[in-house]
Design a protein around this ligand. Structure first.
Ligand SMILES: NC(=O)c1ccc[n+]([C@@H]2O[C@H](COP(=O)([O-])OP(=O)(O)OC[C@H]3O[C@@H](n4cnc5c(N)ncnc54)[C@H](OP(=O)(O)O)[C@@H]3O)[C@@H](O)[C@H]2O)c1
Length: 502
């Protein structure tokens, strides 16, 4: 049973758990400092085995029915005001302002909005007290508590975030490229300045996967994270699958509908997903990995015929980001890659449609936990940003009474590799003649690779005949080495498409 996300009301969460609700969707970040009641976030789902087993440690500050926070001794806490400055008033920034304005919270106040050429950005639905500016110093020299960065890119954002932390302000950012590259240093700086930096929107947009891993699953020993982290690729692959159209047509359609950028390289070639995977590996597996060291393969070689063959194998094809931590006699090894892969039709990954995102985290004790929902879009991403703002406001509130617990989990040193052992899918395109299978089988057997099956659709043109060989489980590097030789054979029309079967 899937239950919609219930966010922000520990009391309601507790009572559902006590009733023994199975598969209760359980993630709830700290309720905001001054926020009462619960609410549902449309279309976001988190599946758990048993709510009762997995209830988070309750916060020592509690909310009661009227939304007033109390200390463990039962004294009322007067909420402190928290002020927010927004850097960037684009898709996400304007949605953040809209939520802050519409879900009016008397203790949370938007004070500044920064954007370049700011005059053209002004809107009439924000309070006149909001100060519009192009100058970061207006914000850094103010008494604003939280700086929200939703500009994107590496500069000037990194410099501005550093300066904000150094000025004694906490930071919320949705910037995956920056957090993937410099997250560890920024977290260290935040700790040094006794401030917070939250980046929940940087992976999977509105899906609360970062806080789910950091808090909801903190009690487990996670060893694998896999997911669909790029909505553009998922949309394109879903379109090829359902309409049988070529990749180029699906990409053009996605661009027309605004699901893909004019230059789609970052998405198509897996660079966007690998930045997000680097963040998940650090947050969930406590492994520091440079995004550039993660192997990323393009989805551009996938054809509609690959979906026909995949279906015959009981699978579909998705761009999968995966990271798996293995302890070996030589220490920790992190297997990590972003690539199109065959996934079993029964897997939750196979059921992700359109621009949705989904992450499966696997732990030693809790087994699999699935987080899913809208991976992008102004409003869903802004929900993640506002949840981070509320978490910081709540932290500041708690810090008045409790010693803040900011000790970071120890990061493991890991050797990074993409050499997963899986079954493999090889799709050939050849000029047909006798003896082709025999030639391929000879090379594969000399490489110590076992063929599992051979499939060929009838009635395909002999000049570029597509057929499929699947291989028994072996390391990807072994297959790649054999393919270097195979791709030079004179009957090959194009390089063999090699996908893992997960
Ligand atoms: N959109 C999503 O669905 C989504 C999902 C998850 C995460 N994110 C992340 O959220 C962040 C913002 O994304 P977005 O989609 O909102 O981008 P966006 O629509 O392009 O908004 C960025 C805003 O920042 C302004 N800006 C850019 N450079 C600036 C500079 N140097 N100084 C001042 N203002 C500047 C832009 O002004 P102009 O109007 O002049 O361009 C624009 O208003 C990015 O890090 C992105 O990766 C976005």
């Amino acid at each position: 049973m899937l239950v919609k996300l219930l966010k922000g009301d520990p009391l309601e969460e507790q009572s559902l758990a006590e009733r023994g609700t199975e598969n209760l969707l359980l993630y709830a970040p700290e309720a905001g400092g001054c926020q009462a009641g619960s609410r549902f976030l449309e279309d976001t789902k988190v599946i758990r085995k048993s709510a009762k087993e997995q209830l988070r440690r309750p916060s020592r500050l509690r909310f009661v029915d009227n939304g007033i926070m109390t200390t463990p001794a039962g004294e009322n806490v007067v909420p402190q005001n928290c002020t927010v400055a927004l850097l960037g008033f684009g898709t996400v920034g304007s949605s953040v302002a809209r939520i802050l304005c519409e879900r009016s919270n008397p203790h949370l106040r938007l004070t500044h909005i920064l954007n370049r050429n700011v005059a053209r950005k002004k809107v009439d639905w924000l309070p006149s007290s909001v100060q519009w500016t192009e100058n970061i110093d207006d914000i850094l020299s103010s008494s604003t508590d939280i700086v929200v960065e939703v500009i994107g890119g590496l500069q000037p954002t990194e410099e501005w975030i550093r300066r904000a932390l150094q000025s004694g302000k906490s930071v919320v950012t949705a910037n995956k490229q920056l957090i993937a590259r410099s997250g560890a240093e920024l977290l260290a700086l935040a700790r040094q300045m006794k401030q917070q930096i939250q980046f929940g929107a940087s992976v999977a947009g509105g899906v609360p996967v970062i806080s789910g891993l950091q808090e909801g699953l903190a009690g487990d020993d996670l060893f694998r994270i896999s997911g669909i982290l790029n909505g553009t690729c998922n949309y394109i692959l879903s379109q090829i699958e359902s309409h049988g159209i070529p990749f180029a047509t699906a990409l053009r359609e996605a661009q027309k509908l605004g699901f893909a950028e004019a230059d789609p390289t970052e998405d198509i070639d897996g660079l966007d997903a690998r930045a997000k995977l680097a963040i998940l590996a650090r947050v969930g597996l406590h492994c520091q990995v440079n995004p550039e060291s993660i192997v990323a393969c393009s989805i551009s070689a996938i054809d509609s015929i690959d979906f026909d063959y995949a279906r015959q194998l009981g699978c579909t094809i998705r761009q999968i980001s995966r990271a798996e931590l293995k302890k070996t006699s030589n220490g920790n090894e992190l297997f990590v890659a972003v690539q199109p892969a065959l996934v079993d039709l029964a897997s939750p990954l196979a059921r992700v449609e359109g621009s949705q995102n989904l992450v499966v985290a696997t732990g030693t004790y809790g087994g699999e936990t699935v987080f899913g929902g809208h991976g992008a879009g102004g409003h869903p991403t802004a929900v993640a940003v506002v949840s981070d703002i509320l978490a910081i406001a709540n932290f500041k509130q708690r810090a008045q009474f409790e010693k803040p617990d900011v000790a970071p989990a120890l990061e493991k040193t890991c050797a990074v590799t993409a050499d997963f052992a899986t079954r493999h899918y090889l799709r050939f395109s050849v000029k047909d003649r006798p003896g082709i299978i025999a030639s391929l089988a000879t090379i594969l057997s000399h490489s110590g690779i076992n063929i599992d099956s051979v499939l060929q659709k009838p009635d395909c043109p002999k000049s570029h005949l597509p057929f499929l060989i699947t291989l028994e489980e072996c390391k990807a590097s072994l297959v790649e080495k054999a393919l270097q030789q195979i791709n030079t054979l004179d009957f090959m029309v194009q390089a063999c498409l090699h996908l893992p079967i997960l």
